[in-house]
Design a protein around this ligand. Structure first.
Ligand SMILES: [Zn+2]
Length: 152
C-alpha cells in the first residue's frame, strides 16, 4: 500500500509519553472503547479526525498504557526528588561535620592556649614562692648565724 507510506511521511509518528494532549497533526484527542475481539472494551485515545482519515497516521494510544506511563513518570520524578533531597542532606551533613571539626580545632587550640597560660602562671607563682622561701632560708641562716655568734 503506497497510500499509508505517503500519509505516514506527512504525519511522522512522534512517541508520546504519558497521557497525550494532542495528536501530532494538531487535532485534539478523544477516548474510545475498543470493539475488537482481542481488546474488547479496552479504552484508547485517538485523534479526533482519525476516524474520517483512516489511511493517515494519527495518534492512537491505549489509555491503560498511557496511565502506566504517567505513573512511571511520576515515580521517576519522585525518585529524582528523593535523590535530590538525599544529596542535599549529604551536603548539609558534610557542612555540619566540617563546622564541628573546625570548632573542635578552635576549641582545642583555645584550650591549649589556656592551659599553657595557666602553666606559665603556676610556674611564675612557684618561682616567686621559691624565691620567698629562699629569701626566708637566707634570713633564717643569717639569724642562726647571728644567734650562734652571740650565744656560742
Ligand atoms: Zn491527528
Amino acid at each position: 500500500m503506497t497510500s499509508s507510506s505517503t500519509s505516514s511521511s506527512r504525519f511522522p509518528r512522534i512517541s508520546t509519553h504519558g497521557v497525550p494532549r494532542r495528536c501530532w497533526c494538531g487535532e485534539g484527542i478523544t477516548s474510545f472503547g475498543s470493539s475488537t475481539a482481542e481488546n474488547r472494551y479496552r479504552r484508547f485515545y485517538r485523534c479526533e479526525i482519525a476516524k474520517d482519515r483512516k489511511s493517515e497516521n494519527h495518534l492512537f494510544k491505549w489509555i491503560d498504557e498511557a496511565l502506566l506511563d504517567e505513573i512511571q513518570r511520576v515515580d521517576a520524578k519522585h525518585e529524582r526528588v528523593a535523590q535530590g533531597l538525599s544529596n542535599f542532606e549529604e551536603k548539609v551533613m558534610t557542612n555540619v561535620k566540617s563546622e564541628i571539626a573546625r570548632l573542635e580545632l578552635e576549641m582545642s587550640q583555645k584550650l591549649k592556649e589556656k592551659v599553657n597560660l595557666e602553666i606559665a602562671r603556676v610556674e611564675k607563682e612557684m618561682k616567686e614562692k621559691l624565691k620567698i622561701a629562699t629569701v626566708g632560708m637566707v634570713v633564717a641562716v643569717a639569724i642562726i648565724g647571728i644567734w650562734t655568734s652571740l650565744y656560742v
